[in-house]
Each structure stands twice: as structure tokens, then as C-alpha cells.
Ligand binder design. Structure first.
Ligand SMILES: [Zn+2]
Length: 378
């Protein structure tokens, strides 16, 4: 079979998902089904603490842990080297503890070794943990592409106490990434864009489950986003924070893989070529991308204002200055041109560089005015 049927629908998700305060300490119970030999990649700045915790969890019971501190880029060379090292150790599963890059390396090495991969995110800044892809970079930090897998993580364990203790900006950025889920899913449904299920073979049609999840993702942000941010800023776990952790990691992740992305992520990709790009996180750029996409598709103004009000309430960007870009014709043309290499073709109407330029210009002006009004009112 070289190409999937465009009439068939498809769905993917991690095999198991667990979330709650203190769940890290239950890791052994969950990983026991895979076996006793585990390779674990841990973010370098978390390594000391988590390596100790893991040794304690698994001590004295014939377990073998092969731990690695991960601090570099997820490169093809690094994945090959770690895979070769671990081939001799022959682990039963590969675990990633940390942020997006550490998780991505665990997914890639697990896949190369042909063993399940387990994801333990320590922040809720993006929807990467649930997905069946790794973003690959070159040694110099430039983006080299993606590895797509035909399977998802075998297990996700999210300790909400760990997420609550991480800087609040990560959670807010994750909400920016999640904000795009419904906005983009609606456009890809209308355009009939294949989703990312068996992406390398062309993808499949959206399921009702995928669409319902995108809707739940948006509704949860509107209902619980502000209170979740307050809880996280106090480093405490509340039900609203639990809802938003699930939204950022599970709903947003399932939402983008099962529905595909479009304009908002294209604007994110356009913004990454700007000089100050590293000052903002992925989800922050995506939030501004949502506003641009809504302007480009001439969305209902009440919907646009609801999105802007949400962004202001949690502290997500609404205009160019919020993403450290000066409003000049040259800058906006540069962002628009770079965004055309992404997913604008997934919109249900033709999009060219001129339309993106116009939408960014308008989004910036409207966002700036909205922000001024919003700040006056409070
Ligand atoms: Zn994203």
C-alpha cells in the first residue's frame, strides 16, 4: 500500500495516560509491564535530582537503569550514537524525563531500538509529549526536520506537582499552543486536510473523536485557563490546574495530531526567522498566530475578541511588540514569506504571501488597540 485512502478516517493516541500529584513516585508500577531494564534520558539541569529519585524508586529489586543527562540538540548523530550504546544494554523501554527535546530523543532512541517509549514531562509548555514525532536539529541549533513514527508513546506519566513547581510561563505558553487546536482543526476539517495519523503515508481524515477533543481543548482554556495560571504561580495544584495540564498536554496533543495544523503554526514558523525569536516560546508565537489566522479567515468578531480577551487574561501575546518584532513593512514581509513554507495550504481557501502580510498588519493593529482598551478597563 503506497498511499492511504482519502475516504478513510484515522486516530492515534498514547496507549496509557496518567496525571496527578505525586505520580512520579508511581513510575515503577507503570513501567513494570515493560520489564526491568530501563534507559532513561533526563534534562541535564534536572539530572541530579531525578536520577536520585529514580534510583530510590527502583533500588534493590533487580532493576537496571541506564541514565543519561541530556543537554544538547536532538541531532541525527546523537540519536545514532545513543542507540548504538544502548544496543548492548538492550533495555526493555526508553524513558524521557524533562522538556520537549529530552522527550524527543527518548522517542527517537526507543523507536530505533524497537522498544516502547515512556514520556514523563516536567513542564506543560507544548503538546509534544503525546505526539508520535521528534523534531530534529543540526549541531548549530537550526531546524533539520522531523522524524515521524507509526506509533505513539506507550505511556505518559504526568506529575501535576512537578508541573505546578515549574515556572508559570511554561504553563501559559502551553495554553498558547493549545489555543490553536480548535482554530486550526476547524480550518483543516473544512479543507479536508489529512491528519498526522500515518503521516508518512499521507495521513487520514479527521474522526469525530478528534473534532470533539479540539472543541473540549478550547472550552477548557476559556473555563479554567485564568485560575490554572493563578494556582501555578503559587506552585499549588488545584482542579483548574489539573484541567489545564490535561488540556496542554493531552487534548492539545491529540488535537493537533488527529486534526493537523494550519495558519497559526505557519505564523509561528514565520516568526522563528526573526532575530528575537528565541525571546519567545513556541506557544507564545502560536498565540499571535491564532489572531493572524482568525483575521485571515475573516472570523466572527465576537470569536476573535474572545480569543484576544483570553490571551490578555493569561498573558499571551496579542501584537507584534509582544513577540519582540517591530511593526515595519520589511519585518512583516519577512515573517509572511517564511510562513509560506509551512501549512497555510491547509486552510479552506487560497492563501498567498500578500494575504498573510495583510492579516499580520491588521492583527497587530487590532491586537494593540484591544490591549490598550483591556488595560484601561482593569
Ligand atoms: Zn505547537
Amino acid at each position: 500500500m503506497s498511499e492511504l485512502s482519502r475516504f478513510s478516517r484515522g486516530w492515534c493516541s498514547p496507549e496509557r495516560y496518567v496525571q496527578g500529584p505525586g505520580e512520579f513516585d508511581n513510575l515503577r508500577f507503570y513501567t513494570d509491564k515493560f520489564g526491568k531494564r530501563l534507559a532513561v534520558f533526563i534534562d541535564r539541569f534536572l539530572y541530579e535530582e531525578y536520577e536520585k529519585r529514580l534510583r530510590k524508586l527502583y533500588e534493590g529489586l533487580d532493576y537496571e537503569l541506564f541514565t543519561f543527562a541530556f543537554a544538547s540538540e536532538v541531532t541525527e548523530e546523537l540519536i545514532a550514537a545513543r542507540t548504538a550504546e544502548l544496543e548492548k544494554a538492550s533495555p526493555d523501554a526508553v524513558v524521557g524525563v524533562g522538556g520537549g527535546k529530552t522527550i524527543d530523543v527518548a522517542k527517537a532512541v526507543g523507536t530505533r531500538l524497537g522498544v516502547p517509549f515512556v514520556v514523563v514531562p516536567t513542564i506543560a509548555a507544548t503538546d509534544a509529549p503525546t505526539s508520535s514525532l521528534s523534531v530534529i536539529y543540526r549541531e548549530d541549533g537550526s531546524h533539520a526536520g522531523e522524524f515521524f513514527y507509526d506509533h505513539s508513546p506507550a505511556l505518559l506519566v504526568v506529575d501535576s506537582r512537578i508541573i505546578a513547581n515549574a515556572p508559570v510561563r511554561f504553563l501559559v505558553s502551553g495554553m498558547g499552543d493549545a489555543l490553536a487546536t480548535l482554530i486550526e482543526a476547524d480550518s483543516t476539517r473544512k479543507s479536508g486536510t489529512p491528519n498526522l495519523v500515518y503521516h508518512t503515508a499521507g495521513g487520514l481524515k479527521q474522526t469525530l473523536a478528534g473534532q470533539a477533543i479540539a472543541k473540549a481543548c478550547y472550552e477548557s482554556l476559556m473555563k479554567y485557563g485564568v485560575l490554572a495560571k493563578e494556582a501555578c504561580s503559587q506552585k499549588v495544584v488545584t482542579e483548574a490546574l489539573e484541567h489545564i495540564i490535561e488540556t496542554n498536554i493531552l487534548l492539545s496533543g491529540l488535537g493537533f495530531e488527529n486534526n493537523a495544523t494550519s495558519g497559526a503554526h505557519s505564523v509561528n514558523d514565520g516568526l522563528t526567522v526573526m532575530e528575537n525569536s528565541s525571546k519567545t516560546m513556541h506557544g507564545e508565537k502560536v498565540a499571535f498566530g491564532c489572531i493572524v489566522q482568525l483575521i485571515a479567515q475573516c472570523a466572527d468578531r465576537a470569536y476573535l475578541d474572545e480569543v484576544l480577551d483570553f490571551c490578555m487574561s493569561v498573558g499571551l501575546p496579542v501584537c507584534l511588540e509582544d513577540v519582540y518584532v517591530e511593526n515595519s513593512e520589511e519585518n512583516i514581509r519577512k515573517i509572511a514569506a517564511a510562513s509560506m513554507h509551512s501549512n497555510w495550504e491547509n486552510m479552506p481557501f487560497a492563501v498567498d504571501e500578500e494575504l498573510v502580510f495583510s492579516a499580520i498588519r491588521t492583527a497587530d493593529l487590532y491586537g494593540k488597540k484591544f490591549k490598550a482598551r483591556w488595560q484601561d478597563e482593569i
